[in-house]
Ligand binder design. Sequence first.
Ligand SMILES: Cc1cc2nc3c(=O)[nH]c(=O)nc-3n(C[C@H](O)[C@H](O)[C@H](O)COP(=O)(O)OP(=O)(O)OC[C@H]3O[C@@H](n4cnc5c(N)ncnc54)[C@H](O)[C@@H]3O)c2cc1C
Ligand code: FES
Length: 265
Amino acid sequence: MIEQDTIVLRNQPAAPGYFRMGLSCAAGFDSAKPGQFIMVRIGTEATPLLRRPFSLLGQIRDADRVTGVEILYKVVGKGTERLSRCRSGDRLSVIGPLGNAFLVPDSCRQLILVAGGVGVPPIRFLAQSMLEREGDLHRCVVFVGGRTKDDLVCITEFDLPGFLLDVSTDDGSQGNQGMVTRSLEKALDSGSADLICACGPPGMLKAVSAIAAKRGISCQVSIEAMMACGMGACLGCAVKMRDDNERYRHVCVDGPVFDASRLAW
Ligand SMILES: Cc1cc2nc3c(=O)[nH]c(=O)nc-3n(C[C@H](O)[C@H](O)[C@H](O)COP(=O)(O)OP(=O)(O)OC[C@H]3O[C@@H](n4cnc5c(N)ncnc54)[C@H](O)[C@@H]3O)c2cc1C
Ligand code: FES
């Protein structure tokens, strides 16, 4: 993990209210993994004072060399609004890669990925990394959900060899009508999985965790918390664990990816 000045390569709308940004990084991201995140300082003035966390959408490569990273973000407040106004050539101070990553064991044959709304970035990175994996993953199904079709961001990125994409929207404007968890349950009623990896809103993650637990399927979730430092110093991102011996963990250093069964939902 290093702090560095990155250069904005591009910052383009990806859907209404969503932007996709490419950052050129001198070093540090060769071994970045799906689930890890960066802390971005947005602007040099006091507001917003704190860096903002964003999951990696993927690495930018020039031949075999990693030359940068991409993020995908939704404009929700002052920091992301300011980020959306960045132009190519602007400089942004970034710390990363931070946190842990999804871990798909070699023994996994049937993998299910679930992304809701702005939970797409680490799931897209994970899907991409599965292509490079040696061994034999027999089946990978990606469930992506959003409130409307405008919340389905970068879904064409899941159009990958050997992947099956299942899309849901709450209002039925694209794909199946209903929550992504309904499609997931339906698929599991007629099939099985070795592992589910998910990222999205807390309600969705809780439901995915319950679905996995009911069927005895391992489940890893990437969760969010308000983060001031991103590296274990402020203790502001504590999350309660199920086991009293563990009590609390910190999302920035112990996560953001957790075994869903360890969290006190
Ligand atoms: C590990 C991690 C990875 C993340 N990855 C992404 C990503 O890939 N793409 C993306 O768009 N966003 C991501 N986020 C959330 C992102 O960091 C926040 O949306 C951003 O910090 C908001 O900054 P802001 O100044 O625009 O909003 P603020 O003005 O700070 O807040 C605006 C609103 O958003 C809420 N909010 C702010 N931060 C969070 C948070 N961390 N969790 C839940 N609600 C929050 C506030 O409560 C408030 O209601 C991630 C967060 C974490 C912790
Ligand atoms: S954000 Fe400061 S300890 Fe996690």
